[in-house]
Design a protein around this ligand. Structure first.
Ligand SMILES: [Zn+2]
Length: 196
């Protein structure tokens, strides 16, 4: 609880996420309405989310649109990783991008400066596009929602941007971008790909 008031009452609070309501009985400040978010709250909330994840997978899917040539490049890349689908690869790309690249200003500005514009633009501007549903785990979906609220982009836009940049880095033959990819990013992606 972030407030410094002293007058509390036990109330049921509602937290809305993915158009669903999480209800929880907790201490609420009578002066400012702040509620206690202790480890018990977090545990119950995550447990509730896991339940939603089991019953409503669709709530943890992000529908994106990608060009056919990007999807083809993803399939080519996956020839070395049999059994992994392009949408699973995309999920990993987004996970690595958000957890490794985007949180490190140095890495993200370096990737942006090295991005092969020719390939990036060909992915972006190809008229032949396909809809792709990417399934995320609860934690990742929460991250996406939180980021989208901060930077005012929809989750699908964050996912599309991340996949576009990462697929450009995978596909390009540019020497500097290749070196950057091998040195800074590849290990993280390999960890996921090998764990499947
Ligand atoms: Zn208060």
């Amino acid at each position: 609880m972030e407030c410094t008031h002293k007058d509390f009452a036990t109330e049921t609070i509602e937290k809305e996420i993915f158009d669903l309501k999480f209800k929880y009985k907790t201490q609420v400040c009578k002066d400012c309405g702040a509620h206690l978010r202790d480890s018990e709250f977090e545990k119950t909330y995550m447990h509730w989310l896991e339940g939603v994840y089991k019953d409503r997978r669709d709530k943890f899917q992000v529908q994106c649109t990608f060009s056919s040539n990007l999807i083809k490049c993803a399939d080519n890349f996956l020839e070395d990783y049999p059994g992994i689908s392009s949408t699973v690869l995309m999920r990993f790309l987004v996970t690595v991008y958000l957890n490794v690249v985007d949180v490190n200003e140095n890495l993200s500005s370096k990737l942006d400066s090295l991005l092969d514009a020719q390939i990036y633009d060909s992915f972006l501007n190809d008229k032949d596009k396909k809809k792709v549903n990417i399934q995320f785990k609860p934690n990742m979906m929460l991250d996406l929602v939180a980021i989208s609220e901060v930077i005012d982009m929809k989750p699908y836009q964050i996912v599309e941007t991340a996949v576009l940049k990462m697929m450009t880095a995978i596909t390009s033959q540019d020497k500097k971008l290749r070196e950057f990819w091998e040195k800074e990013i590849r290990t993280y992606l390999d960890i996921f790909l090998k764990a499947v």
